[in-house]
Design a protein around this ligand. Structure first.
Ligand SMILES: Nc1ncnc2c1ncn2[C@@H]1O[C@H](COP(=O)(O)OP(=O)(O)OP(=O)(O)O)[C@@H](O)[C@H]1O
Ligand SMILES: [Mg+2]
Length: 329
């Protein structure tokens, strides 16, 4: 039997906007095996964070709604849990690291107390034990001067240090699943590499499963076992990391691969995917990528392609591939 820590089935999350509503996440399904890293990649606005926030049940209630689907964490559907039970899961069994550490940390609470509070709430660890564990966590994430840092405030630390503190906070209850949403975007390149190494290293130490969300394919390549490509609220392709880099099938995935800045040669024009992500509120029947696709056919305008497994572990939703396989192209 497969040991999936997480299985998301047909997740659909919508937001109300003036004049109607739109699906930011539209029927997303995937599985994550225990101890593995899934990278979610795609352009801005394609639904990566909304997917993560839906798993954590942190969608704003005023205008957002998880309309459909299941989020099975160790076989239990998180969407069925009472809010109180979900609070126990959050930060304890599933933790999330957000993009902006400076915003996510409380500016008026000392670093030691911010980490300590989580241990108090979730694990009832107090007093000297609490301080000991906080210091252990700071050491684990590679923070030196840990005895001094616990008495400092976020503004006294660099961006990289704050991100390490965020990681320490996310990991202090040894979660089974870590969701890191753009964990390195706000950091400079050398610190980015250190944070990625750190996540990799700790993942192995704690046998944690990880979802890393990013639009940086370099990051994906470095840390992921599997990659899921999202476009306009849908999964368009999913495969093991080597497979997706060696053999991308969906024209959108190919476009992402071709527009990597590290592949540019000096003097050549920058490559990019033409057009932009469509407004989700204005989508029609067919494939959402149709207006940007170099291979678009008539059927792509009329029908929505389904995600199909084309070989073990490799799924793609594209009519071009389907027709080529059937020998009709
Ligand atoms: N609270 C909200 N209210 C209304 N619309 C929202 C809300 N949160 C997200 N959206 C919309 O949902 C869509 C998906 O957003 P999401 O934040 O998941 O994108 P993303 O893939 O994480 O992008 P980025 O790479 O920029 O972080 C976008 O069109 C976004 O504007
Ligand atoms: Mg996001």
């Amino acid at each position: 039997m497969e040991d999936n820590i997480l299985e998301v089935r047909d997740l659909t999350t919508s937001f109300k906007v003036s004049g109607g509503k739109f699906k930011a996440v539209d029927g997303v399904s995937f599985k994550l095996k225990r101890g593995k890293v899934l990278g979610i990649v795609g352009e801005s606005g394609c639904g990566k964070s909304v997917t993560a926030m839906s798993i954590m049940r942190l969608i704003e209630k005023q205008n957002g709604l998880i309309e459909n689907g299941e989020v099975l964490f160790e076989g239990i559907n998180l969407l069925d849990l009472k809010e109180l039970d979900m609070n126990r899961v959050r930060g304890n069994e599933i933790s999330m690291i957000f993009q902006e550490p400076m915003i996510s940390l409380n500016p008026v609470i000392k670093i030691g107390n911010q980490i300590g509070e989580i241990l108090k709430v979730h694990r009832n660890i107090t007093g000297a034990q609490n301080k000991k564990r906080v210091i252990e966590m700071l050491k684990l994430v590679g923070i030196k001067r840990e005895e001094e840092i616990i008495n400092e405030y976020p503004h006294q630390l660099s961006g990289g240090m704050c991100q390490r503190v965020m990681i320490a906070m996310a990991l202090c209850c040894t979660p089974k699943l870590l969701i890191a949403d753009e964990p390195t975007t706000a950091l400079d390149v050398t610190v980015q590499a250190q944070v990625l190494d750190l996540i990799n290293d700790i993942k192995d130490k704690l046998n944690m499963s990880v979802i890393v969300i990013t639009h940086d394919l370099g990051v994906i390549c470095e840390v992921s076992d599997e990659v899921m490509v999202m476009y306009a609220g849908n999964v368009v392709e999913k495969a093991p990391v080597e497979e997706i880099f060696d053999n991308p099938i969906h024209p959108y995935t190919m476009g992402l691969m071709n527009s990597r800045p590290e592949d540019f040669k000096k003097g050549e024009p920058l490559k990019c995917i033409k057009g932009k992500v469509p407004k989700l509120s204005e989508l029609s029947e067919g494939c959402k990528f149709v207006n940007r696709c170099d291979y678009a056919m008539d059927i792509c305008k009329r029908c929505k392609p389904q995600l199909k497994t084309i070989k073990s572990g490799h799924d793609v939703s594209c009519f071009k591939y389907d027709l080529e396989e059937e020998g009709k192209l």
